[in-house]
Design a protein around this ligand. Structure first.
Ligand code: GDP
Ligand code: FE
Ligand code: FE
Ligand code: FE
Length: 195
C-alpha cells in the first residue's frame, strides 16, 4: 500500500525503517501483524486503507518507553494528573499518542484517537478505533486459546469482535485479580452488557 494522503509525512517504507530502528524485533513484527489484520478489517468495513495502515503500524510505538519518560510527558504536556497513578499498560496508548504526534509528526486526530483507545477501548468508538482495537487482538502472532475464534468473529462482524474481545479481557483481568482501568468498565458496559 502506497501512502498518498500523508497521514504520515513520508512513505510507508520510511515509516517501517523508523519503527524497525526504534523497537525490538518482537514489537516490530507485532506491528506488521496488526497492519495486516487491520487492512483486512478495513476492506471488509470500508475504512480508508491508508488510515488503517498508519494507525496499526504506530499503535504500540511508545510501548518500550520507560516509566520516567511517560511521567515526564504527562507533566510536560499537561495530560490528566490521574494518569500518573497508572502504568505502561495504560500509558502506551493514551500517552503514547502524544509521543507519536511529537516524534512521528502524525496529526490526524482519528489516528491518534485509535491509538489512545487501543488497549481499553471506549463506549464510543469510531470504525477506525474498532479496527485497531480488534486487529491488535487477532493479529497472527496472537496464540491464546480463543485467538482463532476471535479471528472468525472479527472477519464476520466488527462490532461482535469488539464485544468478544472486551468480555475476554475483562474476564481475564478479574480472574487474575488485576486492577481494571475505569474506562475499560465503560467499554464493557457499552459493548458487552445486554439491555
Ligand atoms: P499490546 O500492547 O499489543 O500488548 O496490546 P494492548 O495494548 O491491548 O495491551 C494488552 C494488555 O493490556 C493485556 O495484557 C490486557 O490484559 C491489559 N489490559 C487491558 N485493559 C486493562 C485494564 O483495564 N487493566 C489492566 N491492569 N490491564 C489491562
Ligand atoms: Fe498496545
Ligand atoms: Fe489490545
Ligand atoms: Fe499491540
Amino acid at each position: 500500500i502506497e501512502y498518498k494522503k500523508h497521514y504520515y509525512p513520508k512513505s510507508r517504507t520510511q515509516l517501517l525503517t523508523v519503527l524497525k530502528n526504534s523497537l525490538s524485533l518482537k514489537r516490530y513484527q507485532h506491528l506488521l501483524g496488526v497492519e495486516q489484520a487491520a487492512l483486512r478489517l478495513a476492506k471488509l468495513n470500508h475504512e480508508e486503507l491508508e488510515k488503517a495502515s498508519v494507525a496499526a503500524l504506530v499503535h504500540d510505538y511508545a510501548k518500550e518507553r520507560t516509566t520516567t519518560e511517560f511521567k515526564k510527558v504527562i507533566l510536560e504536556k499537561g495530560l490528566e494528573h490521574d494518569l500518573l497513578n497508572w502504568n505502561n499498560v495504560i500509558w502506551h496508548g493514551v500517552v503514547g499518542a502524544q509521543i507519536i504526534k511529537d516524534e512521528l509528526k502524525i496529526t490526524d486526530e482519528e489516528i491518534l484517537n485509535a491509538v489512545r483507545k487501543h488497549t481499553v477501548g471506549a463506549a464510543d468508538m469510531t470504525r477506525l478505533d474498532k479496527i485497531i482495537y480488534v486487529a491488535d487482538f487477532i493479529e497472527k502472532g496472537r496464540t491464546f486459546p480463543d485467538a482463532k475464534l476471535a479471528r472468525t468473529v472479527a472477519y464476520a462482524d466488527l462490532d461482535s469482535a469488539v464485544s468478544f474481545e472486551t468480555k475476554h479481557t475483562l474476564q481475564y483481568l478479574m480472574s487474575a485479580n488485576k486492577v481494571i482501568y475505569p474506562a475499560a468498565i465503560l467499554t464493557y458496559n457499552k459493548w458487552v452488557v445486554e439491555n
